[in-house]
Design a binder for this molecule. Sequence first.
Ligand code: PMV
Length: 330
Amino acid sequence: MTDPSEIFARKIPAPLKDPQQAKAYAPSNIALSKYWGKRDVALNLPLNSSLSISLGEWGTDTEVSPAETDSLTFNGDVLSDDAPFARKLWGFVDLFCGAGRPALKITTTNSIPTAAGLASSASGFAALTKALDRAFNLNLPVETLSMLSRFGSGSATRSHWHGFARWDKGSAADGSDSHGRTLDIDYPDFRIAIIPVDTGPKLQPSTDGMLHTVATSPLFGQWPTQAEADCAAIEAALRAQNFDEVGALAEANALAMHATMMAARPSLTYLKRGSWHVLETLWAARADGLRAYATMDAGANVKLLFLEGDAADVQTVFPEAQLINPFVNP
Ligand code: PMV
């Protein structure tokens, strides 16, 4: 069994010293074909590949600077070391920098509106990995940065590019080939909307939810094969610019993921009454001709996929929708 610190040590020359002030931005992302289930918890390796669209100017800015003592500022607040987010972040920084690292001042700010209720771990760990790479002047290849950011959050592997990205599950025992890559697909009128349902803290962290689903859901056995097939089919439909095929597959994939969780024992349901209300409204509007599809993650909020030409109709059916152009780069 490989230890996570060995993976970092293979890629990063020790010892790291003399950090420079460095900044990085990474967009958040929404999976069209979801990651759910780990084949190795310590190395954070997925059971299936996944595919996402980034969220343009909705993401995380992170700055790393040399300091006398460690300090972390998150969205303008100084966080104490025992805050759960601080523990996770410093744990990642220790892995990245190795033993005896210099003290660092880290400032991280999300441009994702809090009211959107979106998790920011994907953009957060991608931006942090990029900022550390720059602070220590490492110039690691983007795929390596993606692979390393996996140790902060699996979905961070897909936040190193704008547009569509795919996280290949890989097959190497040490996880070295389990990282994101850009699909390099130009689709300038592809749009996302967030329909906020519940912006409070989520019920159960995704890692706990995945472990519980894999361990207890009688429906989980089907999932890795289905998810792999969905990933390939969505990629092909994106390359063919077949929007309705992309949307229908992404919606079915999300519902299948939620079905595996609902069948867990005891059941795990991130979706709330408001989520179902959005889905029923969407399905009724779609029967009347609206070209929009839904996807949901480990939370109650619903995300819609549509094309720019349908933006006004989406906004009419869902006045609370927050529209995002994934191809606007900050
Ligand atoms: O990256 P994590 O550990 O927060 O897990 C993400 C899980 C989902 O958002 C539900 C699916 C995905 O592929 O992003």
